[in-house]
Design a protein around this ligand. Structure first.
Ligand code: NAD
Length: 243
């Protein structure tokens, strides 16, 4: 549709799931897209797409993040999509899991935001979109302690960046999906032993009676990239889970 014509968009975790759907949706909206991930084989499948460049980027690696954004130069839209689910209650949460969850789900966003903000501020224009979850400060979900803690922190980070730079042309919003079809969700369902039962349980918690599609979340990311009167918000997109 061309509403992002001429914009440069960077997507993290774009090899599969919501990140991949978003890279394609941004390109379809006219943007020049950098699709990044640690999974190079997954990125390969995107490399033939018009308006999409792919690059390996491990968002846990400070030096790699700096080097990548130096190479890219101007970034108009940053979609921080990388994140991972840990299972377990507070009593079943090893410190190592919590540390890792903070590093990937939160600090990685701090790294990429630090890398793009100076340029955005120079131009007085930029949109940052952070992937949170309904499992966060929006809703307590059983057995998702490290995940809920860190996704709540993503919303805090989002509001903090939004508040600091609202008068300087920077917008920062978070997306809070419910349960969305993705390769990692598939493996979580398989890991539970009885796949059909696990799938039915995930669907049962969605009042709409179905899982979300990555494309539905990607459409919201594209909307937020161009939605010039909204910042600091956490957008629920959850099939009614949080009604
Ligand atoms: P996914 O979990 O299937 O894929 C995640 C991708 O992240 C993979 O391609 C993986 O290689 C990449 N990745 C992992 N570590 C990385 C690193 N260090 N650097 C760069 N990339 C790395 O995809 P998904 O389920 O669509 O999840 C994407 C995001 O959406 C995550 O932040 C997740 O928490 C969030 N989310 C997903 C759901 C859901 O139900 N699927 C719901 C709410 C929020």
């Amino acid at each position: 549709t061309g509403q992002l014509q001429g914009k440069v968009v960077v997507v993290t975790a774009a090899a599969q799931g919501i990140g991949r759907a978003s890279a394609l949706a941004f390109a379809a909206a006219g943007a020049r897209v950098w699709a990044t991930d640690v999974n190079e084989a997954g990125l390969q499948a995107l490399s033939g797409e018009a308006s999409i460049d792919t690059s390996r980027l491990d968002v846990l690696d400070n030096a790699a993040v700096s080097a990548f954004f130096e190479k890219v130069g101007r970034v108009d839209v940053l979609f921080n999509c990388a994140g991972m689910v840990h299972g377990g209650t507070v009593l079943e949460m090893p410190d190592a899991d919590l540390d890792f969850a903070f590093d990937l789900n939160v600090r990685a966003m701090v790294r990429t935001i630090r890398a793009v903000l100076p340029g955005m501020l120079e131009r007085g224009d930029g949109a940052i979109i952070n992937m949170a979850s309904i499992a966060s400060s929006a809703k307590g979900v059983p057995n998702r302690c490290a995940y809920g803690v860190t996704k709540a922190a993503v919303i805090g980070l989002t509001k903090s960046v939004a508040a600091d730079y609202v008068a300087q042309g920077i917008r920062c919003n978070a997306i809070c999906p419910g349960t969305v079809e993705s390769p990692s969700l598939e493996s979580r369902m398989r890991a539970q032993g009885n796949y059909d039962e696990a799938r039915a349980a995930f669907i049962a918690r969605q009042p709409m009676g179905r899982l979300g599609a990555p494309q539905e979340i990607a459409d919201l990311a594209v909307y937020l990239a161009g939605a010039t009167y909204t910042t600091g918000q956490a957008y629920g997109i959850d099939g009614g889970w949080s009604i």
